[in-house]
Design a protein around this ligand. Structure first.
Ligand SMILES: Cc1cc2nc3c(=O)[nH]c(=O)nc-3n(C[C@H](O)[C@H](O)[C@H](O)COP(=O)(O)OP(=O)(O)OC[C@H]3O[C@@H](n4cnc5c(N)ncnc54)[C@H](O)[C@@H]3O)c2cc1C
Length: 221
């Protein structure tokens, strides 16, 4: 029997992976780890004539929710604020998988999808969410930058999507070539991919030459 649609303890009927179901991970700790390791989420919205858009956004996990922000002038974000259902996806690309056949060639990844309806955060909750996103991207930055003023806050829509209906798919196996392909004269394996931060580039209009903060120089994944 399939789990109830809104079962908060794990994937629901519509978030049960059917294609390569062995790659589904139902452990909430893995969902948190994927969301905490990513920095860009893709959020699906439809405009008023039904055209879908997938919008990349900065985000952060805040306990049992994902928080993100957009412009109050964005019709796509306004439609989310009005209660349009959405799907938020975070993808971590971990490697290129070269099988003997191109059909079996693929990628190593960790991918989380969250379905639901976002709610608008306001006041202190909105400010706390903005701090959370800032700190998720560059820990130490919130306290070392000018805080948003009233006008900037008024122009910012802060949304929270609960982690109540989600799925995680993880691809981390070696190539799975068919037995009859194993003797073919092609290399097979995985090229691991890692993100590397380059040296900090000072803004050309930096005044007073403040030193590069240690949280910038020490930023690592
Ligand atoms: C980096 C990357 C590259 C990929 N490249 C390809 C490709 O080139 N071709 C291809 O066919 N597929 C690719 N996939 C897999 C793809 O994301 C889908 O899982 C797959 O296409 C099956 O989609 P479906 O809707 O038929 O899945 P179904 O199994 O029918 O989906 C049912 C439910 O499973 C969950 N689910 C499905 N896919 C994912 C996922 N990726 N992450 C988390 N939950 C998921 C959702 O909740 C969904 O509602 C790739 C995935 C990643 C992360």
């Amino acid at each position: 029997m399939e789990p109830a649609l809104t079962d908060p303890s794990g994937p629901s009927a519509r978030t049960t992976v059917r294609r390569l179901p062995e790659k589904q991970v139902r452990d909430r700790a893995v969902l948190d780890a994927v969301l905490d390791a990513g920095r860009v989420a893709h959020v699906a919205v439809r405009d008023d004539v039904g055209q879908p858009y997938v919008v990349p956004v900065a985000y952060a996990r805040d306990g049992d929710a994902v928080v993100f922000h957009g412009s109050t002038g964005s019709r796509l974000f306004r439609s989310l604020a009005d209660g349009a259902p959405t799907c938020l996806t975070v993808t971590l690309l971990d490697g290129l998988l070269a099988a003997r056949s191109v059909f079996e060639s693929s990628m190593h990844y960790r991918c989380a999808m969250v379905l639901g309806t976002a709610t608008v955060l306001e006041g202190d909750a909105a400010l706390a969410a903005l701090e959370r996103v800032t700190e998720h991207l560059l820990p130490g930055r919130w306290a070392d930058a000018r805080q948003p003023n009233r006008k900037e806050l008024a122009a910012t829509l802060v949304l929270s999507l609960p982690l109540s209906e989600w799925s995680v798919k993880v691809s981390d196996s070696p190539p799975d070539d068919a037995e009859e392909d194993l003797d073919l004269p092609y290399w097979a394996g995985v090229v691991p991919l890692h993100e590397v931060a380059g040296p900090p580039q000072p803004a050309p209009d930096l005044r007073g030459a403040p030193p590069v903060p240690s949280y910038v120089t020490s930023w690592t994944r």
